[in-house]
Design a protein around this ligand. Structure first.
Ligand code: G3H
Ligand code: 13P
Ligand code: ZN
Length: 284
């Protein structure tokens, strides 16, 4: 199959009340693990690349890897830019073959975020690429954003309504208490805020920083309108644990394939678990 826009996947998820997993990739083994998991679960899947991933692997490598993975798969696969920060970069990704982009203007004042998102929308619409935007500040390390404060930085429901009305964006990432990276304590999600946002904006909601959020909280968020769930840290943890175990058990091993193979399997297992949790198994 060729790459599909995220919008198509989320529209079906919205109709049927589940969420699609968006998994971050940085190399071939991660791309393969994501697609293997989606195939095994017969689930649609979003493979996304961050600024860091593009810096590490290179834009052309990411696109080529994911295109091959999609061509060989029987389930719908989207390639999405995660936390795109500038107009030029977003356009470059569209030109190289991404089927979906995020323009993250969340650091900007509301009007500037709207203007930047609209600039991207104009181009993306013309070429059938879907757009995710962000409102509010999601906690944790997000490039150079480090957020300590809570409520002041959460998404304001009324601002979300205005934002969606003025941009017509396809999906919206919200700040409701999740954070990127590993949590120190248990995250507490602001469900009343999510419910309010969803009653004012009728588009799919995106949950970032979803690794480490308890399963019950994820289920509740999906019940209240989250349709795209971003997972990166859990994949990193599985990868490193897999590599470490193999090296610890076989200190003389020098074949990278025998080290990365089990790590890939460990990533596939956690991604399958997440897909089942999100309710998208069998929805391909
Ligand atoms: O949004 C955060 C993701 O986990 C990506 O992180 O920029 O280190 O690749 P990264
Ligand atoms: P985690 O690393 O916390 O799973 O967050 C991933 C994410 O939100 C990518 O945009
Ligand atoms: Zn994120």
């Amino acid at each position: 199959m060729s790459l599909v826009p995220v919008k198509n996947l989320l529209e079906k998820a919205e109709r049927e009340g589940y969420a699609v997993g968006a998994f971050n990739c940085n190399n071939m083994e991660i791309v393969q693990a994501i697609v293997d998991a989606a195939e095994a679960e017969k689930s649609p899947v979003i493979i996304q690349a961050s600024q860091g991933a593009i810096k590490y692997a290179g834009l052309k490598y990411i696109v080529a890897l994911v295109q091959v993975a999609a061509e060989q798969s029987t389930v719908p696969v989207a390639l999405h830019l995660d936390h795109g920060t500038g107009f030029e970069q977003v356009i470059k990704c569209i030109r190289y073959g991404f089927s979906s982009v995020m323009i993250d203007g969340s650091k900007l004042p509301l009007e500037e975020n709207i203007a930047l998102t609209n600039k991207v929308m104009e181009v993306a619409r013309a070429v059938g690429v879907s757009v995710e935007a962000e409102l509010g500040k999601i906690g944790g390390t997000e490039d150079d954003i480090y957020v300590h404060e809570r409520d002041a930085l959460f998404t304001d429901p009324e601002e979300a309504r205005v934002f969606v009305e003025k941009t017509g964006v396809d999906s919206l990432a919200v700040a409701i208490g999740t954070a990127h990276g590993q949590y120190k304590g248990e995250p507490k999600l602001d469900f009343p805020r999510l419910e309010k946002i969803k009653s004012l904006v009728k588009i799919p909601i995106v949950l970032h920083g979803s690794s480490g959020v308890p399963d019950e909280a994820i289920k509740q968020a999906i019940k209240l309108g989250v349709r795209k769930v971003n997972i990166d840290t859990n994949i990193r943890e599985a990868f490193v644990k897999g590599v470490r175990e193999t090296i610890d058990n076989n200190p003389k091993e020098i074949d990278p394939r025998k080290i990365l193979g089990p790590a890939k399997k460990a990533m596939t297992d956690i991604i399958r678990e997440k897909i089942r949790l999100f309710g998208s198994s069998g929805k391909a």
